[in-house]
Design a protein around this ligand. Structure first.
Ligand SMILES: [Fe+2]
Ligand SMILES: [Fe+2]
Length: 246
């Protein structure tokens, strides 16, 4: 569905979260290659960053546009930020950083607010567009981070809950925000997993492997317009495409 999105919006950069691409959890070099061939410019990860260790070498390579969440230990493997350059001349670079939440997320992480603040102090004068991914469970934590960064980054985009929210907006000082862009994957499911398996587990407490579901595949995301001079946003549009003909 990416060619359709590109035809409709001609984005300068396409960034996706790929942490669930390997049968629901983790990312592999082969899937990373598929993403790049499909026209993706940058790939982020989340709490499932290290589920498939085959991606570790890619995470360390400067020329592979894939990053781990930033607010982990400084010993954690991988780049903590992506810097993407457009092929178009004079377009600003895009900096992408993912931070994990600390509310209802059982993956230990450092303070996401402080992490982004430190980064902004470092890059202050670099002049790139800054996209922060709020990979968090709690809507409150994502909204709080967005207000904390309003006017200092181009966009704060929420991920992790897989359910698109209806609150895409430009905050008062020019930062685009959406609580969750939603999932690219099968919506006839429980956040991507086979619904029968999840229901069996939830109704009987038995341990059941959660395989990926298949039906009603959609691409969900957001298209954000950034002003090249202010590096802040002028619009954010939620996208939802279906594989089935309209
Ligand atoms: Fe996640
Ligand atoms: Fe996820």
């Amino acid at each position: 569905m990416l060619p359709r999105l590109k035809a409709e919006y001609s984005p300068d950069y396409v960034v996706i979260n790929g942490e669930n691409a390997r049968n629901g959890s983790g990312l592999t070099p082969a899937i990373m290659k598929e993403f790049l061939e499909a026209g993706v410019d940058g790939v982020t990860l989340g709490d499932h960053a290290y589920r498939d260790q085959r991606i570790l070498t890619h995470l360390e390579q400067a020329d592979q546009p894939v990053a781990r969440p930033a607010n982990l230990s400084s010993n954690a493997i991988g780049k903590s930020c992506l810097r993407l350059r457009s092929t178009e001349q004079n377009h600003p670079e895009l900096h992408v950083m993912t931070v994990l939440g600390r509310v209802y997320l059982p993956f230990p992480a450092n303070d996401p607010f402080e992490c982004v603040d430190r980064y902004l102090e470092q890059v202050g004068s670099l002049g790139g567009i800054i996209l922060i991914e709020a990979h968090m469970e709690a809507t409150s934590e994502k909204i709080a981070l967005a207000h904390h960064l309003d006017g200092r980054v181009a966009a704060v985009v929420g991920t992790h809950t897989h359910v698109p929210t209806a609150d895409a907006r430009i905050l008062p000082s020019g930062t685009a925000f959406i609580t969750d862009v939603g999932m690219c994957g099968p919506y006839d499911s429980v956040i991507g997993r086979n619904k029968e398996a999840v229901l069996k587990h939830m109704t009987t407490s038995l341990h059941v492997p959660y395989d990926m579901a298949e039906g009603d595949v959609r691409l969900c995301g957001a298209v954000i317009d950034v002003d090249d001079s202010t590096l802040l946003s002028t619009s954010i549009t939620r996208i939802e495409y279906s594989m089935d003909p309209d």
